[in-house]
Design a protein around this ligand. Structure first.
Ligand code: TYD
Length: 208
């Protein structure tokens, strides 16, 4: 069974907290895993990340932006994700193809079909087995970010975040077999318990 799990959600939805809880659990159980984030995770992808997130890159068009995310993804998939899956390791990815659909598609208004084609091209048709979408409302997302300096993507504002949130919900509704829409406002340990229970169900015999 494909051991590929992704986490999605608007900025400040608590993905990184849940991912670190999951990594701790895997470590405690001696389970082999690789954890990566998008955009980034390879030397080249980290360079692309800088271009994408630097606030001064205001002239970056939505199309160029989406191709840069895809370039970073292509490199990460080929260099890290596919080799790790081949070695039968779990791969946990903080954002993946669904971020392009949610941010560039629903958020920026680019064509979803085109983005799907690009997603498949960049990932050599690699899809996660399951995707946790951590849902929080826009107010909570903004509140959780007060201490953080906002990057170029985060300076899109409330309306932008609202569109992305609704986009994720729409995606979740379309493919309930892969997407799990989780309540990101829950206590972090409670939420982790829910996530872990889903993983136990999906990976019967692999996880205990
Ligand atoms: P990051 O600081 O990693 O944010 P987070 O901790 O919320 O994941 O920045 C990544 C930003 O890039 C985030 O605002 C989401 C955005 N993004 C896209 O717009 N499209 C994509 O395909 C990906 C992977 C990320």
């Amino acid at each position: 069974m494909k051991k590929f799990i992704t986490f999605e959600g608007i900025d400040g939805s608590g993905k990184s907290t849940q991912i670190s809880l999951l990594c701790n659990r895997f470590e405690a159980l001696g389970i082999q895993y690789t954890s990566v984030r998008e955009p980034g995770g390879t030397r080249i992808s980290e360079k692309i990340r800088e271009i994408l997130l630097q606030k001064e890159n205001l002239e970056l068009t939505a199309e160029a932006e989406s191709l840069l995310f895809q370039a970073a993804r292509a490199q990460l998939t080929a260099e890290v994700i596919l080799p790790a899956l081949q070695e039968d390791r779990f791969v946990i990815c903080d954002r993946f193809t669904d971020s392009s659909l949610a941010y560039q598609g629903f958020g920026r208004g680019l064509d979803l079909k085109a983005l799907e084609t690009l997603n498949n091209y960049a990932t050599q048709n690699t899809q996660p087995l399951l995707t946790f979408i951590l849902d929080v409302d826009v107010a909570t997302s903004l509140e959780r970010r007060v201490v953080k300096v906002t990057d170029r993507m985060e300076s899109g504002g409330e309306a932008f975040m609202g569109k992305i949130r609704r986009g994720y919900m729409e995606l979740a509704g379309k493919n309930p077999g892969r997407y799990y829409l989780m309540d990101g406002s829950l206590d972090k340990n409670e939420l982790f318990q829910q996530i872990w229970n889903i993983l136990l169900e999906k990976y019967v015999g692999v996880l205990k």
